[in-house]
Design a protein around this ligand. Structure first.
Ligand code: ADP
Length: 248
């Protein structure tokens, strides 16, 4: 019996001037899972993420979130519904401190207003929440550092904290381990696992041992189409998957 789908696509297709980058993709992400989207370069993974976050409009097909058709909604409404994407390219303010970055992110759902200055209790609440978030991502010791001074892996952790500030139900992670050394990978993997206890995660990730370690379910894309789906053990046994990876 299938579980509860938080996100589904039906026949999702994207053409770029006649070139079909994503073809008839039926993706099903179950609530509370870590779901990985993998595949060789050019498979269509980024295009799928761009379609899900509405940076691109599909040529055809539908996207359902909690059963609601979100195919035609605006990017800002995607975030409002609880889907937040963490960018591969670092999206933190380099010359703000770590704590300030998280405070700015916490203000975002309030329309970047400065209401928190209106009362001390509000400001205290905001600071308390920011400190909690830093604790959650292991950055408490870095609160006063400028973001630009953080080592790469810590910067990614800050980026995840600013994403978590929006309290999303679903996080889309774009290559969370890109450019990271062994130690950072371990730390971010642990963080993703912790974050996933209360949320659904869809991630594109090239590091297959991370994918094996973290994912409940994997969808393999190749040339814009779903080639295989299942657990890591299942998809890694599939001869077509190996062929797709070797053939590029
Ligand atoms: P992946 O993320 O799996 O590496 P992409 O989604 O970036 O794959 O790309 C899938 C295919 O679509 C590639 O062949 C790429 O060249 C093509 N593509 C992506 N974006 C565009 C675009 N804006 N215009 C034309 N072709 C594109």
């Amino acid at each position: 019996m299938a579980g509860d789908a938080i996100l589904e696509t039906n026949g999702l297709t994207k053409e770029f001037r006649g070139f079909v980058a994503v073809r008839n993709v039926d993706l099903r992400v179950e609530r509370g899972t870590i779901h990985a989207l993998i595949g060789p370069n050019g498979a269509g993974k980024t295009t799928v993420f761009n379609l899900l976050t509405k940076f691109l409009q599909p040529t055809s097909g539908r996207i359902l979130y909690n059963g609601q058709d979100i195919t035609r909604i605006k990017p800002a409404d995607v975030a409002r519904l609880g889907i937040v994407r963490s960018f591969q390219i670092s999206a933190v303010f380099p010359h703000l401190t770590v704590l300030e970055n998280v405070r700015v992110a916490l203000q975002r759902p309030l329309g970047n207003s400065f209401h928190f200055w209106e009362s001390e209790s509000r400001l205290n609440r905001l600071n308390g929440r920011a400190e909690e978030l830093l604790e959650d991502v292991g950055l408490s010791g870095y609160a006063g550092h400028l973001a630009v001074e953080l080592p790469y892996g810590r910067k990614r952790a800050l980026e995840i904290a600013t994403t978590l500030a929006l309290d999303p139900d679903m996080m889309l992670l774009d290559e969370p381990m890109a450019g990271m050394g062994h130690e950072d990978i371990g730390r971010i993997a642990e963080l993703i696992r912790r974050v996933a206890a209360k949320r659904t995660i869809l991630m594109v990730e090239h590091n297959l041992s991370v994918v094996a370690d973290l994912s409940d379910r994997i969808t393999v894309l190749a040339r814009g189409e779903i080639l295989a789906e299942g657990s890591y053990a299942e998809v890694s046994r599939d001869a077509r998957v190996m062929e797709a990876y070797m053939g590029t």
